[in-house]
Design a protein around this ligand. Structure first.
Ligand code: IMP
Length: 188
């Protein structure tokens, strides 16, 4: 198995760039839901750190949401390949009812869009008062379904990205920055 140093080709976004992006996104989201009680729904496991950082950045705003609650759901991700198949499976549902709530889906990355389309359909069908979507990274190159995104962070290169919660076969989530993997890792 390749070590972290061998597996990483380059840093795509540094810790500082991520932190500045999360602050900017919190300010945008805070304007959209100023004075509202919001329920952030983080998508596990990839959006774990992003949801935590976004929640705290929203809390620091002067005119942001009046209340912030957090819940999580989990969906199946790539498994052993590096692109989703189209079949999205719900592995863990939210614990709270979303009916009548101001819900914000907090997702790490959008590639073909199928995961987000599934989540928007799932939560939108439960009659929230509002449903917004906040995505840290966009890979617009292979989109197969059009998904509305209210607050977007950064455009990622057309490559497999790991770190800051994003994994490849459960590795690399713990990296504090976002990085591009060496192509050779997919041949392992
Ligand atoms: P989509 O269904 O193709 O839009 O993919 C979305 C999901 O696939 C995300 O929630 C991620 O879990 C995963 N994913 C997509 N691109 C990457 C990547 O570059 N690195 C790690 N995970 C990714």
């Amino acid at each position: 198995m390749l070590s972290y140093d061998e597996a990483i080709e380059s840093v795509v976004f540094t810790e500082l760039e991520i932190a500045a992006t999360v602050d900017r996104m919190a300010a945008e989201l805070g304007r959209l839901c100023a004075g509202e009680a919001v329920l952030l729904v983080g998508v596990l496991k990839g959006a774990l750190f992003f949801t935590a950082d976004l929640a705290r950045a929203l809390t620091r705003l002067e005119d942001g949401p009046s209340e912030i609650r957090m819940d999580f759901l989990a969906v199946s991700s790539y498994g052993n390949s590096n692109r989703t198949s189209g079949e999205v499976r719900l592995l863990k549902d939210v614990a709270e009812s979303v009916e009548g709530r101001n819900v914000v889906i907090v997702e790490d990355i959008v590639d073909n869009g199928l995961t987000l389309a599934y989540l928007q359909g799932l939560l939108g069908g439960r009659h929230p008062a509002s449903l917004r979507t906040c995505v840290l990274l966009d890979k617009p190159f292979h989109r197969t379904v059009d998904v509305p995104i209210d607050v977007l962070g950064l455009e990622a290169p057309d490559a497999f990205i790991v770190g800051y919660g994003l994994d490849y076969q459960e590795r690399f989530r713990n990296l504090p920055y976002l990085a591009k993997l060496q192509a050779s890792i997919f041949a392992e």
